[in-house]
Design a protein. Sequence first.
Length: 732
Amino acid sequence: METNVFIITPPFTQLNTPYPASAYIKGFLNTLTVPAVQADLGIEVILELFSKDGLQNLFKVESLKFKVAVISDNSVRILALQDEYIKTIDGVISFLQGKNPTLALQICQDDYLPEASRFDQLEELDWAFGTMGTQDKAKHLATLYLEDISDFIVECIDENFGFSRYAERLGRSANSFNELYDALNKETTYIDKVLLSILKSKIEMIQPSLFLISVPFPGNLYSAFRCAQWVKEHFPSIKIGMGGGFPNTELRSLSDKRVFEFFDYITLDDGELPLKLLIENLNSTSDSEYKRTFLLENGEVVYKNNSKKADFKQAEVGTPDYSDLLLDKYISVIEIVNPMHRMWSDGRWNKLTMAHGCYWGKCTFCDISLDYIKLYEPVAANLLCDRMEELIVQTGQTGFHFVDEAAPPALMRALALEILRRKISVTWWTNIRFEKSFSKDLCLLLKASGCIAVSGGLEVASDRLLKLIDKGVTVEQVAKVTRNFTEAGVMVHAYLMYGYPTQTVQETVDSLEMVRQLFEIGILQSGFWHQFAMTAHSPVGMYPEKFGVVKETEAIGTFANNDINFIDSTGIDHEQFSFGLKKSLYNFMHGICFEYPLQDWFEFKIPKTKISEDFIFNALSEENDFSMQPNSKVVWLGGIPSVSYFKKTKKGSSWEMMTMTFHDKKETYSVQMNKEHGDWLVELLHNIKVSNTKIHTLQEIKSEFETAFEDFELLWFSKPLAILKEANLLII
């Protein structure tokens, strides 16, 4: 019997773009010629709820009758304005899907959208959104409108509802399965009923023999179990499997057999080979081989990893396949003013990976013992470009988010060159390490290929702690890299951390001062503070004694095990810094309040910073390095110049000169030099054009020049070459 596979992402992840796991799996199944259908039930539930019919049904929910006397004034207001919400919802959703742009003019007027408590934020945000265009302002207002309805749902219908997560607390650090199991044995909620109605129609239409549920986050876990529970009850012959980020990190020591009342299989890490073996076992009379798979055998939970087959190489897993997904129905929202978070939630992105794992793989807070990080395998640039071109044809979208742990600089360079060589117009962004490989010219090359933003971990802006983290960078180096990206026109977002083991109050204050200076100078545009969390698979979690922390409990639960409670030897309450750090960052991102003393951000006494007020400025003020790296690649991004000749005479001597006139997208400029050097340079520019397959090194160019002339260095550091280097001549 042929296996028919149905893959879902359960509610909820993102409103603006599908989580890519199901598309990756479908792309892989295509290589096996196994028929598969996928669905993002998150967006489908949202579209069902946030529609004219959906709101009419919502406001008629029976339980509302009993709550009217006790609900907040805000929910009373929304209930009173229900006709206005019902009238406007379809238009707003259509606008946020990009299908109704003229509605922006109405939305931006005060009397179109019904307003509840979320709109109270508007006065303080007016200055931030004052420069926004009509479309962006309307998106933000429409987002507040949806959040008002969401607040009503949370208070009156289902306390676990959330746009990007559902019942997240049931999945977060759930060492025991008890609470989730109890919730699943209660009557289904209103949101559950909407979800299961959609699932029912799909199961009946697809009639799968294998039902796969990808669970990337704790906020998808409850609905994943609800879906599995319903299928087990109504279609017991369908086999059900779970994979994804949540089981990969949280369920590695799973032993609670009740989980297998819902699922037949739970696989860990790369899903391709485990899935192939599951399909083979379903079509065979003997269950012989499994890869990294939990299942129930003789009434006990067992972990089977008896296959000797190697995992598939990245070149073998196929191109992600987004067919079946409702790509034209995702909703672009603008929730907050953080530029990077806005990119996450606004617009549709095709998601790809440059490399499996992390090429650095040393950061002590990271789960570097797990395969998804420690097994590093890059994808060749030409294959990446092939996949990008396939996805552009398939989805009609030219935006790409590379979801790497940290994209390797050499591969980013190769990818940029390949994009430019193929003359494809794309927009892309990714996560990086702020390492010194990101020179000014490499950043310019990445920008030329369509890179618009990078995010990276500055973590704790303290050299002592960066060394303890084994980050492999210094604050000074981060400053130089962020400057290089900023000057190239690439936005930079920094992940910031506080509360790392042994971090002192002084280091927290000094870290904030570093961040303040990075924003004030203008080389950081976006950031986000998060408090350190200890995980079981990180070096800190595995060897806490090396980092001055003590685990509060050594007990391993029978369900999820990842986050670990710990006691820091410093005894500092790091939580107290949370509000001040985030409030100051919010203001720095908008270019204000740099002159405030750091003490003003906190309601408790903090020490003065020990960082000099011009630390970052001085770090960026070093002289240019005039050394030549022979193995550097030399690339010309511009066009070939038009040439004219003239004679120059001085003290009775005359010689031929050349004027080269260049046209780039913004301006026209000229350089002059003697004819011999000029002719040689024009030929060189032909040879090092980015469209050429061969990339020349600086040493090769020097050797070629010196077969006909002398003193290559004099030419290389001359004024005409300096002009070309400022324009389109890159040394990478």
